[in-house]
Write a protein that binds this ligand. Structure first.
Ligand SMILES: N[C@@H](CCC(=O)N[C@@H](CS)C(=O)NCC(=O)O)C(=O)O
Length: 267
């Protein structure tokens, strides 16, 4: 079994810490994050935007840190994001977002108390896992990481099929979820928009312009970016938007531990 590295010791360069999220000797709530990951970005943006005091524990997924012994104690599912709050550990981004919203009593608009608005948020959060999330990730892997790891382009028909599925879901995002409203649940940004935008941006990181020819999606993206704050949005997406360059510099031999998973899931 792959013996992963341990999470990088409180990566000193993380934006969260330079913003002063780290709190002296008191054990802060810890978030294990890799900003290459969509669900990690949603948690990072939500925590930062809402001034949640947290320690950014950088987990380098492409170096296999999720398979290390220490991280196994935090999250046996071995996926990021993960949270530790004292003795309490939590996996799954949606559960983490809701935990933070409840614990830190974030403004109501994120997860509205109104029955119908909340139901709209829940509807999107329930739908996205097997659609935009799955398809956007698949496009990202097929387009960028798999050619690097396997040393060959993936067959064009596979990529075309993945793009077709993603496009069908983006059309549903526009027609069923956004419609003619500013945001998915109405006039204000909610967790649904946050979870949606980080996934929609993932294929963009692989060079696929999902916004081309989609005026509604582009206008919604601009509103979501403005609601989050351009600076925070850009900071959270800097790593993924630089992925094409950073993948070029990676040593493919160090990524081979992903190969069995790739062959099983994608080929
Ligand atoms: N349903 C989980 C998905 C988490 C997930 O798939 N994380 C990926 C990164 S986007 C991961 O940690 N992958 C590492 C691996 O599979 O080895 C959530 O929403 O938190």
């Amino acid at each position: 079994m792959w013996a992963g590295r341990e999470p990088s010791e409180s990566a000193t360069e993380t934006p969260a810490q330079t913003r002063g999220h780290r709190r002296g000797a008191v054990m802060a709530l810890e978030l294990y994050l890799d900003l290459n990951s969509q669900p990690c970005r949603s948690v990072y943006i939500f925590a930062t935007k809402n001034n949640v005091p947290f320690e950014f524990k950088k987990l380098n997924l492409l170096e296999g840190e999720q398979y290390g012994e220490e991280f196994g104690k935090i999250n046996l599912i071995r996926k990021a994001p993960a949270l530790r709050d004292g003795d309490f550990c939590l996996a799954e981004s949606i559960a983490i977002l809701l935990y933070l919203a409840e614990k830190f009593k974030t403004p109501d608009y994120w997860y509205p108390a109104d029955l119908h608005q909340r139901a709209r948020v829940n509807e999107y959060l329930s739908w996205q896992h097997m659609t935009i999330r799955l398809q956007g990730s698949k496009v990202f892997w097929l387009q960028l990481l798999i050619p690097k790891i396997l040393g060959a382009d993936v067959p064009q028909d596979k990529l075309d099929a993945a793009l077709e599925d993603l496009n069908a879901s983006l059309t549903l995002l526009e027609d069923k979820f956004i419609q003619d409203k500013p945001f998915i649940a109405g006039d204000h940004i909610t967790l649904a928009d946050l979870v949606a935008i980080v996934e929609v941006m993932q294929p963009v990181g692989a060079g696929v312009d999902v916004f081309e020819g989609r005026a509604k999606l582009s206008a919604w993206r601009d509103r979501v970016q403005a609601a989050i704050g351009e600076e925070l949005f850009d900071e959270a997406h800097k790593t993924i938007l630089g992925a094409q360059e950073s993948v070029k510099l990676m040593d493919a031999s160090k990524l081979q531990f992903f190969k069995p998973k790739i062959l099983k899931l994608f080929m």
